[in-house]
Design a protein. Structure first.
Length: 371
């Protein structure tokens, strides 16, 4: 490149450099401002009405009532002679279903009949001797002997009747059983035969399993295993896979806690006229009593300071306001609290974070969290 060309190119470059450095008054770009600080380090969630949300759920089972199931058993060694029962058969109370041969019971029936005859004879003799003794015509030893025989006959009758009652035989049936030589096992309740195990000719050992079972509809109770004591005024509903929730009422709680899982048993009954099928399983729902100052909040919303339990409520200007509450119950991720909190309020989802933040601001002289 020639000397002329080099000088020609250098002139505009020098002029451009001078223009860039000759304007010191040009303002520089402003520094970016930090984003505004949020009013709280925790999300806000609405407090919910306690009566609209299940406070807790627990497994539950419908128990059969004491008068809704019955078993026909042979209390002594027995041989099956005849079977009338069929599964699904509707029977009345006292219906004869299975005929068995029980030698001990037949012997007791004969002993009862004989003891009844002896007792009747000795009782007449005692009455006659007492009348004669009152007139001085009968000796006292003779009367005492008759009274002893009367007492022995009565004791034998009582013992025989005890055996008959074990077999489900009324005292008035003893003579018929003794003459027939067999015993009919009868249904203790009216209902439907649900199981038949009796086999013709089979010999059943003493106190064997039930030969037949009968079931009926009737009052039943619900048993649930709870992990928390229900709050005062709570309502309950049983939810099964077969239908809509059924309202139930609490009738009792066990004072003992199962050491294996920390639960305790509680029992419930449905409204009068409502039938729950025995063996039906489901869930028990616990609802808190409706109240303006009782709400459900997240369990993490609770914060603890000294001996106070509090939650942070969002104020009108967005700042967090402390509210003292009383914890009525907790279940899983939710807590039932009572205090100056309503369903119109929003609470901090994590109260511990706000409490730590508030302490830090107080140490630094801040006042963003209202007392």
């Amino acid at each position: 490149m020639t000397l002329f060309v080099r000088r020609l190119v250098s002139v505009p470059l020098l002029a451009l450099g001078a223009a860039c450095t000759s304007n010191p008054s040009t303002p520089s770009a402003p520094a970016s401002e930090p984003p505004p600080r949020a009013s709280a380090s925790s999300a806000w969630v609405p407090a919910r009405a306690a009566s609209r949300v299940a406070l807790a759920e627990a497994p539950a089972l419908v128990l059969s009532g004491p008068d809704t199931t019955a078993a026909l058993t042979a209390p002594f060694r027995a041989r099956v002679q005849r079977v009338r029962a069929r599964p699904g058969q509707t029977v009345e109370q006292g219906a004869p279903l299975i005929e068995v041969l029980m030698p001990e019971v037949v012997q007791a029936a004969g002993a009862a009949s004989a003891a009844a005859l002896r007792l009747e004879a000795y009782s007449r003799q005692v009455e006659r001797l007492e009348a004669l003794h009152a007139q001085g015509l009968a000796k006292l030893p003779e009367l005492a002997e008759a009274q002893t025989q009367q007492a022995e006959a009565r004791a034998a009758l009582v013992a025989a009747h005890a055996v008959l009652r074990v077999a489900g035989i009324a005292p008035g049936e003893a003579r018929a059983v003794a003459e027939r030589g067999t015993v009919w096992l009868k249904s203790p309740i009216a209902g439907v035969v649900t199981e038949v195990r009796a086999v013709l000719g089979e010999v059943q050992p003493e106190a064997s399993a039930a030969l037949a079972r009968v079931a009926s509809d009737g009052p039943a109770r619900l048993e649930a295993r709870l992990s928390v004591r229900p709050p005062e005024g709570a309502s309950f509903a049983f939810v099964s896979s077969l239908g809509a929730p059924t309202p139930v009422r609490l009738v009792g709680q066990s004072p003992q806690v199962d050491a294996a899982d920390g639960t305790f048993r509680a029992w419930f009954e449905p409204e009068e006229g409502v039938v729950l099928r025995a063996g039906l399983g489901g869930r028990l729902r616990i609802h808190a009593a409706p109240a303006e100052d009782t709400v459900l909040v997240p369990a993490r919303a609770l914060a603890f300071e000294n001996e106070r339990t509090l939650v942070f409520v969002r104020g009108g200007d967005g700042e967090a306001v402390r509210r003292d509450v009383e914890v009525l119950a907790t279940s899983g991720a939710e807590a039932l609290v009572k205090g100056a909190v309503s369903t119109r309020d929003s609470v901090a989802a994590d109260g511990a974070v706000l409490l730590l933040e508030a302490r830090g601001q107080e140490d630094a002289g801040g006042n963003e969290v209202a007392p």
